[in-house]
Design a protein around this ligand. Structure first.
Ligand SMILES: *Cc1c(COP(=O)(O)O)cnc(C)c1O
Length: 500
């Protein structure tokens, strides 16, 4: 009879100079050497990389990755690291590069990168006290600190998540379950008969502006709501939700026999960096007794801003808030959190398992309020950043990229080869077009720029037409870095128009 060993390829003999397989008591010296070696090689790349990206196409990279025989290991870690250099690092996208101007990716705070090696090596899991101990306390202090910065009050709580998408899903799950509970209670009082929660789901509605993040629509789908669950509330010319329109939309929703379950305001829309008028929206949500969620995935850096904190006025009235530290707090992916005004609302995700977090337990178990079970100790990165750099330095970095966006907008507005496609952003995006170019010319110019490796910008649509977008999140980038990228785009645009 065949055994599982017969089915495996013969192992390649391991080299005696290899690092040991596991990190432990006997491999401490090897661990130190290995990490120092990797850091040295990476430092070399950071010091010398000349462009944000090579512009490699999938077809150019795929064959080499496909050709690797994962069942036959190489002779050493060094060989494997060399291999990954060719498969990945040579063509990686470098967010620290001053001409990377495309998406919401930031260069990372050095103390956070160092902390990342700690949390990977210790491998703490912040689901239960008995897998994390002090890790749970550190995460909880950061949750309390963030809730304090928001101004959520004495009953606030929250939990770190994998990102804004998960934080929004989590928030809207709480909103859904609060709304369903309220409807069931009312039904029982009024009719004396029970009703099932699933009967309510098709009637629930979320309200968000057209510029809210797509994860809101995704969340509605995942939460079992109907196709039309997200009601789009019109925005003004600055891409901010119109509060009067929100008020009217909630009225209409009620008249139709539906149930307004959550208002989602965005503090920093992904495309425009626009901040919905949180104070007015909070009042309307409160008047209608609807859950008020603020998606501050992008704008959370304002919490530590020295110049623009007032843009978040009203956020303190939220029932829940999404913050992405891996956007405007300069943290490595992933680092995000969901904060709530009332910790009791987190009960909607609590489940007690006998083997993990029994109900009669007397220690804090973060899994009680998380959608995840095993979970990274991402909080350590933010902790080390705050304890090393301090919040003002983080806020000053975010202020710097917002100021750069204003400089870039002014430059574009005054150059006849360009036209701005939106008013100046409240945060750090800039939308513009190449004068006289159609969608196709914009597409080609952007692709030509990426392929040249001279810089990277994003693209989106504004009022149906393609616009190019700078998302500025590198506080070390200056206008003199941005201008050559724009000059290159103008040249590529001209070539594209002439070819058409
Ligand atoms: C980026 C973003 C998200 C999603 O966050 P991830 O961390 O990418 O999951 C949600 N909302 C807004 C406004 C965002 O900009």
């Amino acid at each position: 009879m065949l055994t599982s060993a017969d089915l495996r390829p013969a192992p390649v003999p391991r080299n005696r100079t290899d690092p040991p397989a596991l990190l432990g008591r006997d491999s401490a010296a090897a661990y130190r050497g290995l990490v120092a070696d990797v850091a040295g090689r990476l430092a070399e790349r950071f010091a010398t990389v000349e462009r944000p990206w090579t512009g490699a196409a999938p077809a150019a990279l795929a064959p080499a990755v496909a050709a690797v025989d994962l069942d036959r290991p190489l002779e050493s870690f060094e060989a494997a690291f060399d291999e990954v250099g060719g498969l990945y690092l040579d063509d990686a996208v470098w967010f620290h590069h001053p001409r990377y101007l495309a998406h919401l990716n930031c260069p990372v705070a050095l103390p956070a990168v160092a902390a990342e090696t700690v949390l990977a090596a210790v491998n703490t899991s912040v689901d239960t006290w008995d897998q994390s101990a002090g890790g749970t306390l550190i995460e909880q202090r950061l949750i309390d600190w963030t809730a304090g910065r928001i101004g959520l009050g004495p009953d606030a709580d929250g939990v770190f998540t994998s990102g804004g998408t998960q934080s929004n899903l989590h928030a809207l799950l709480l909103a859904r379950d609060e709304a369903v509970e309220a409807v069931l209670l009312k039904h029982r009082i009024e009719t004396g008969t029970p009703m099932r929660g699933v009967e309510v789901l098709p009637r629930l509605r979320f309200f968000a502006s057209p510029h809210s993040h797509f994860s809101v629509v995704k969340a509605a789908r995942l939460l079992g709501l109907g196709e039309d669950a997200v009601v789009t509330v019109p925005a003004d010319d600055w891409f901010r939700m119109n509060p009067a329109a929100l008020d009217a939309a909630i009225e209409t929703c009620r008249e139709q026999g539906n149930v307004p379950a959550a208002v989602v305001a965005t503090a920093g829309t992904t495309d425009f960096g626009s901040v919905d008028p949180l104070g007015s929206i909070a009042e309307i949500a409160a008047a209608h007794r609807v859950w008020f969620h603020v998606d501050a995935a992008y704008g959370c850096g304002l919490l530590v801003s020295l110049a623009h904190r007032d843009l978040l006025a009203g956020v303190e009235a939220a029932d829940s808030v999404t913050v992405d530290y891996h956007k405007s707090f300069f943290q490595p992916v992933s680092s995000s959190a969901l904060l709530v005004r009332d910790r009791a609302s987190l009960r909607h995700v609590t489940h007690h398992a006998d083997y993990l977090n029994p109900a009669e337990g007397a220690v804090p178990n973060q899994v009680d309020k998380s959608l995840q079970t095993t979970r990274r100790f991402d909080a350590l990165k933010l902790w080390m950043t705050l304890r090393t750099l301090g919040p003002d330095a983080v806020g000053a970095m975010f202020d710097r990229v917002c100021a750069l966006a204003d400089e870039a907008w002014d430059w574009l507005a005054s150059d006849p080869r360009f036209e701005v496609a939106a008013p100046p952003s409240q945060l750090s995006t800039v939308l513009f077009r190449l004068a006289g170019a159609d969608d196709d010319a914009h597409r080609r110019a952007r692709e030509a720029l990426a392929a040249s490796g001279d810089g990277m910008v994003a693209a989106t649509r504004v009022e149906g037409r393609i616009a190019l977008k700078l998302t500025l999140l590198n506080p070390e980038t200056v206008l003199d870095d941005v201008v050559p990228v724009l000059e290159a785009l103008a040249r590529h645009g001209k070539t594209a128009r002439e070819a058409a």
